[in-house]
Write a protein that binds this ligand. Structure first.
Ligand code: PAF
Length: 273
């Protein structure tokens, strides 16, 4: 596995490559969720590139940038064992200069759900993903469905900026007890982890209601909020795949999303129906 930290060097290395490239951008602290993205990228491409870059611009003041888990050696090992061809491991100064050109998330879709309490978060996400895609110029890029709003906004960016990378959504990986994998799960104490299970349980209860043909969004959200209680809830929403609110679940076109806090940790989860 080749490790490159300089964007110009990586561009130069890739310049004459004719192979299809699968790209998995990450912020490190890799877990089974990331490994499933890498596996899918390996199945579908000749070359696989993973980036590890803890992107400062997507953290707001007071968020967990400084304590975000860092596992550089373990991450390199995981990438090597997973058959990654190139690990892109830039420093912040390799990616950002002064007086930056940056992207703005759309005024509506970037400021709902997670964007309500984290304004400017998605500006940082879109800016870094744009930079990374321009450096790697991949055939396909892989993103987890767990970060559904991020996935939606990146797909929108690709479409609206006429970019040619194909965005591939990958299913959420869960622990046996239902907890969605996240690098932030390490923040949870054992009692907070128990509380966090209410999040996947609320989505499970929604799935059961839908299987019984109860499709009314208000009714489902009410039940989910009961299951989530007493967690602090940021939102419970039922949206179509264009991220518009819908009054009834539309099978094949619905995402049910939750963000809630276990202890001091904000956790996201969703199901696609
Ligand atoms: O999902 C993430 O890990 C990050 O938001 C991403 C896409 C790597 C951009 O920093």
């Amino acid at each position: 596995m080749k490790i490159i930290s300089n964007p110009v060097e990586l561009k130069e290395y890739l310049k004459y490559k004719k192979e299809s490239i699968g790209f998995v951008p990450t912020m490190g602290a890799l877990h089974e969720g990331h490994i499933s993205l890498i596996k899918k990228a390996k199945e579908e491409n000749e070359l696989v590139i993973v980036s590890i870059f803890l992107n400062p611009t997507q953290f707001l003041k007071g968020e967990d940038l400084d304590k975000y888990p860092k596992k550089d050696d373990a991450d390199k090992h995981i990438c090597k064992l997973s058959g990654v061809d190139v690990l892109f491991f830039p420093h912040s100064y390799d990616i950002y200069g002064d007086d930056e050109v940056s992207l703005s998330a759309p005024n509506v879709r970037g400021y709902v759900l997670e964007g309500t309490s984290r304004p400017s978060h998605f500006n940082g996400v879109l800016t870094v993903v744009m930079k990374l895609l321009n450096i790697v110029n991949p055939t396909r890029a892989y993103f987890g469905k767990k970060d559904a709003q991020q996935l939606n906004l990146i797909s929108l960016m690709i479409k609206q900026l006429f970019m040619s990378t194909l965005i591939v959504p990958v299913d959420t990986v869960r622990e046996n007890d239902g907890l969605a994998l996240s690098s932030r799960n390490v923040y949870l104490s054992s009692s907070e982890r128990k509380d966090a299970l209410k999040i996947s349980a609320s989505l499970h209860s929604a799935g059961i209601m839908v299987s019984k043909n109860i499709l009314d969004s208000k009714e489902i959200i009410k039940k989910m909020r009961e299951v989530l209680s007493p967690l602090e809830i940021f939102y419970v929403e039922i949206l179509n795949r264009d991220f518009e609110q819908i009054s009834h679940v539309e099978i094949g076109n619905t995402v049910i999303l939750v963000e809630a806090k276990a202890g001091t940790t904000r956790l996201l989860d969703n199901i696609w129906l």
